[in-house]
Design a protein around this ligand. Structure first.
Ligand SMILES: [Zn+2]
Length: 291
């Protein structure tokens, strides 16, 4: 039985300075590929879905496949709902069997963010077996549901971060530190490592209580990733890179094999490509062999 919450696998990660990859999937083939890659690497795993895929695939279907794969896997696996801005939808996914729920009320005023996040925390903790992720500040970029102009981005204030975590009781915490969703427009994105380290120190200096999450993994330079793990990043969300891999692999396969009508062969090509990307991430995050 390898059904776990995100917090369970992030605590040892934060203590031992490695991070768990949270890989975004939009279909079954990707989910299988992500699981296979993590099994190959003996790495703990977080499968994540955005809100839209959880709606068009159906959260019950996703949870059923997740449970089937996780129960026979020799590694711990969490199913994470990413960036739900809707409290009721968070509750529905918690009921369905997701094991980590992100309520993203970060666009709300501070007090309202606390109120909504706490409501989801209380609900999920009452069910049990679910950890909750909250966000403070704004992760810039373009993504499902949320569009934030880069100049609008507000980073998480360390003092407010402590207040937010204490008052909401959130299990894992995503502070905005300058990472962005989508594809970085520059080779040297502005990431506030110091702020991340400060927040981690305030929250987790005696013992790790509230492990930290880094959003916007795609395109971060390897040395940024290593540095972010050092200053407390225990979960990295990787979405855009997997979407690009899926689309590009499909396009290339069809372009090269225009007379081929065996869909299974496209799936094999996609799986191979996704496994490679996920394997590379696991190596950089240092989570290989930690399951
Ligand atoms: Zn995100």
């Amino acid at each position: 039985m390898s059904i776990v919450t995100a917090k369970e696998i992030m605590l040892p990660a934060a203590e031992n300075k490695y991070a768990v990859g949270a890989f975004n999937i939009t279909n079954l083939v990707q989910m299988e590929a992500v699981v296979e890659a993590a099994i190959d690497k003996k790495a703990p795993l977080i499968i994540q879905t955005s809100v839209k895929p959880s709606q068009f695939l159906g959260r019950d279907v996703l949870v059923a496949i997740y449970r089937t794969l996780a129960e026979s896997a020799p590694i711990p696996i969490c199913l994470h709902l990413d960036h739900s801005t809707n409290v009721e939808y968070c509750k529905q996914c918690a009921d369905a069997g997701y094991t980590n729920i992100m309520i993203d009320a970060s666009k709300q005023p501070f007090e309202e963010n606390i109120r909504q996040t706490k409501e989801v925390v209380d609900y999920c903790h009452a069910i049990g077996g679910i950890s909750v992720e909250g966000e403070l500040g704004t992760v810039s970029g373009v993504e499902d549901q949320i569009k934030v102009a880069e100049d609008e981005a507000a980073l998480a204030n360390p003092t407010q971060a402590v207040e937010f975590v204490e008052r909401t009781g959130v299990d894992i915490f995503a502070p905005a530190i300058g990472t962005a969703h989508g594809v970085y427009k520059t080779k040297n994105p502005k990431v506030d490592f110091e702020r991340m380290g400060k927040i981690n120190q305030l929250l987790n200096s005696d013992e790790v209580k509230t492990p930290l999450v880094v959003h916007g993994g795609t395109g971060l330079p390897d040395d940024y990733i290593t540095k972010l793990v050092e200053v407390g990043g225990a979960k990295f969300n990787v979405s855009t890179e997997l979407k690009h891999t899926l689309i590009n692999t499909t396009y290339n396969y069809i372009s090269d094999n225009r007379e081929q009508y065996d869909p299974g062969k496209i799936d094999v090509a996609i799986k191979d490509a996704i496994r490679e990307v996920v394997g590379r991430w696991i190596d950089i995050l240092g989570s290989a062999g930690k399951a």
